[in-house]
Design a protein around this ligand. Structure first.
Ligand SMILES: *Cc1c(COP(=O)(O)O)cnc(C)c1O
Length: 372
């Protein structure tokens, strides 16, 4: 007898029905097969890799792989608390910040508790809202002739968040636009919101920022208990493969989130590696300096070629290739250069390009001149 397969797509909760699985861009494992030296600039990973201290910490942790990790992540939490000048009870650890971004909506949003974002904001926020069954309110982004084309318009978001919104997601800087807002603008925004509207400021790229006016939402945590700041070890710390992220928030908010946290959500090697990485401020600042230099060089090289490059304070640039975009993307792929298409963001004429090491950027520019 052949069992009947249920219509699983029909069985799912309404919120999940409209969801599509995460689009990773390209199947990199397949692309790498039988091919040396692919230039991978599609995923905003740290092109310079992680601190050398990470390997030592991972080897030291290996004999304990048969044990569960510290369920409280105490060592890493205390190190993060010291770094950010908060109490350890204000730190929430996640299996990447993606996990936490999803869980904020799961815990606080839903029917009658809407989620507000900017247009062109990081796609995970929309996923989080949908999966939680919450209505998504999308505020218009800044216009193209603005200094921050397609950036967050905090005034517009504040207006959108007026009625029925429980949770706001902001990214500073934002992925994929690369745009940012100043600390002063954020404070002004927070001062306009009622305290029961929670504001998540996703600072995944904060370590790359070198414009001092941008500051960090971390400095406002003491003043605004409705503020949540997320950070990650996936970008400037170069540990994307280990999946460690964290949030900083009021201890009583963290305590609520702890109720749904999976007991061992951050693994043993991840905890050890993140703590080791935090101890190596030299590596982090060297990554920041090298990324900033290459970001500048890449931006100028692309602008010299007549392309529209959005300003960036992160480890990637968003570039408008116009009508030729899809053709150029495919041709670059054939040349072994992987970039990230932006059709999913309604930015079909743009590609997001991670800042690579000098030789990677050179190879990309060489290939670009060949195909365009
Ligand atoms: C990369 C990225 C993250 C980080 O995700 P992890 O799950 O921590 O790897 C979060 N927010 C934004 C905007 C990002 O670009």
């Amino acid at each position: 007898m052949i069992a009947t397969v249920p219509d699983f797509a029909g069985l799912v909760r309404p919120g999940i029905r409209g969801l599509r699985a995460y689009d990773p861009g390209h199947d990199l494992v397949a692309l790498r097969k039988g091919r040396e030296g692919l230039v991978e600039l599609g995923s905003n990973e740290n092109s310079w890799g992680c601190s050398e201290r990470v390997a030592d910490a991972i080897f030291a942790a290996m004999p304990n792989l048969y044990r569960y990790p510290d369920p409280l992540g105490g060592g890493l939490k205390r190190a993060l608390a010291r770094k950010h000048g908060v109490e350890a009870e204000s730190v929430l650890l996640g299996n990447g910040s993606h996990e936490l971004l999803m869980q904020f909506a799961q815990v606080f949003a839903g029917v009658g508790a809407d989620v507000a974002v900017s247009r062109y904001a990081f796609a995970v926020y929309q996923l989080a809202a949908q999966a939680a069954g919450a209505r998504l309110v999308v505020a218009p982004a800044r216009p193209l002739d603005d200094l921050m084309p397609r950036g967050h318009d905090l005034d517009a978001i504040a207006v959108a968040a007026k009625h029925g919104v429980r949770l706001v997601y902001l990214a500073n800087p934002n992925n994929p636009t690369g745009t940012w807002f100043a600390a002063e603008a954020l404070e002004n925004f927070l001062s306009k919101l009622p305290p029961q509207v929670l504001v998540v400021v996703d600072e995944a790229y904060a370590e790359y920022v070198d414009d001092p006016s941008i500051g960090s939402a971390v400095d406002l945590l003491g003043e605004y208990p409705n503020l949540i700041v997320t950070r990650t070890f996936s970008k400037a710390h170069g540990l994307a493969g280990l999946r460690v992220g964290y949030a900083l928030a009021h201890p009583s908010l963290v305590a609520v989130m702890e109720r749904i946290r999976e007991s061992f959500n951050v693994n043993l090697l991840g905890l050890a590696a993140a703590e080791a990485s935090l101890s190596d401020s030299y590596h982090l600042s060297s990554v920041r300096v090298r990324n900033a230099a290459e970001r500048r060089r890449l931006t100028e090289a692309l602008r010299k070629r007549g392309l529209n490059v959005a300003p960036s304070q992160s480890n990637f640039v968003l570039v408008d290739f116009g009508q030729r975009c899809a053709r150029i993307e495919a041709a670059l792929l054939a040349e072994g250069v992987v970039l990230r298409p932006m059709g999913g963001y309604d930015l079909a004429s743009c590609l997001r390009i991670t800042v690579g090491r000098p030789e990677e950027n050179d190879r990309f520019l060489y290939a670009l001149d060949k195909v365009r």
